[in-house]
Design a protein around this ligand. Structure first.
Ligand code: FES
Length: 105
């Protein structure tokens, strides 16, 4: 599956990721060397994997209650904010545009 990532400086890059191996978006972003802390390791506890879905949010659906609990604790979040660790890589991501919103590290 192919999707686009916009980093904290606004640079965009297309990423290709396997959609049949159960990876999360957080894992793929880390593997692509984006500055995502993911201190909780994908447990939806730290919110350092915060991203905003710029395009394709309808396909990806709404944040779950567990995500919203974390997102609401952030100083700033957006209507299509998500936790990247809670998004499975699937064909739903095809063509999506993801913006990094985590802490600048
Ligand atoms: Fe901690 Fe996603 S990695 S909330």
């Amino acid at each position: 599956v192919n999707f686009t990532v916009e980093d904290l400086d606004g640079n965009r890059q297309e990423i290709e990721a396997p959609d049949d191996m159960g990876f999360s978006l957080m894992e793929i972003l880390k593997a692509s060397e984006y500055p995502i802390l993911a201190t909780c390791g994908g447990m939806a506890l730290c919110a350092t994997c915060h991203i905003e879905v710029l395009e394709g949010s309808d396909e990806l659906g709404q944040a779950s209650d567990i995500e919203l609990d974390q997102l609401e604790n952030l100083p700033e979040y957006y209507p299509t904010s998500r936790l990247a660790c809670q998004i499975r890589i699937s064909e739903m991501l095809e063509g999506a545009v993801i913006k990094l919103r985590g802490e600048d590290v």
